[in-house]
Design a binder for this molecule. Sequence first.
Ligand code: ZN
Length: 417
Amino acid sequence: MHIKQLFYRLVFLSILNSILLMGCQDSNSVPDNNLDKIIVEGLYYADSLPIKVTIEQGIISKITREPIGEGSERYFISPGLIDHQVNGYLSHSFVGGDLDAEGLKEVTEGFWSKGITTYLPTLTTQTDEVLLKSFKNLNELLEDSHLAQSIAGFHLEGPFISPEAGFRGAHNLEWIRDPNWEEFEKWYNASGNRIKEVTIAPELEGAMEFIRKCREKDIVVAIGHTAALTDDINESIVMGATVSTHLGNGCANTIHRHHNPLWPQLADDRLTASIIVDGFHLTREEVRTFFKTKGPDNTVLVSDLTRLAGMPPGRYQDFGQELVMTEEGAIMLLSENVLAGASFLITRGIENVIKFTGCTLGEAIDMATRNPARLLGLHDRGEIAVGKRADLILFEFDNGSFEVAKTVVGGEVVFEK
Ligand SMILES: [Zn+2]
């Protein structure tokens, strides 16, 4: 009798469930795969204990700690990776205005297959005309919402940076200039108000006012490619700067041992440090020192990837500059003897930061998920928590090597090995 009642109850519940699901499908035009309830399981990246994550309508709806299938125990589960400094990938550049929908798809799907679920296309120093054209082009491409969910805005690095050799890095001196709000507003409008982050040098004429205006628009202000000393750095923080762009790079090879841009940025806890840990941009000792100073909550990994990433070693032309990609994967601007972006994804940064600093896997992943999400104000992602968007990855981590097995974006499996 008791079993019979239970049986009827189960039948009733399953019919009710189907009716409710049908109701959802009728009233909603989003693809079916967004509606399906899926469960992803693996070892939680922060403590290596089993976890089951239930996803409904693209959102994490339940998290339980319970035994998982034996096959699932080889995979870690973490939020999808976030990279807020990406200039290009797989031969495609975000600057220039000629990226097409196919190119954006290739780049975004390429990132998904490596575990990056959110990125900021980054535009560096160019003429007014090229920047305008590039932002307009990118904004138009984002009408494809399927890809747009992984592009949380754009990062403008330059042209308002230091003109001094070394500090300007590979940015073209001809186009570097003082901050100009009217000019910036044109780019901002062309981008569909999607410029999310700006990197500038605070010592430039008009920089403080520029930072204030950016903050009014809720744009994250980063300081980088700067020769600024303590006073200017302090003032920029007061005005609203919150992050150092690729700390330790965009800096001259020879600097004053006491008075230079590095100490005040390192010393101030109000600045998060973004660092490129590809093994070329910073030494092991720099990474250790920066990490010890800033700590696991205030350090963010970025790649600074360029369009040469994923291409073979050799000589390349890029906006009139000759670049060399070495056999080891360093990208050099020979005329200035400086690095011109990177060829390794932030997954290499995760591997290296563990090797260089001895930090935990959990801390390394946080530096590429939770920390950048918080920095950029992306409150819907960056964590595995109920109510967050279901951007998740399953990955293996064997002998210090990171390999993605499955990527979920907005509740949809977008990559599976
Ligand atoms: Zn840079």
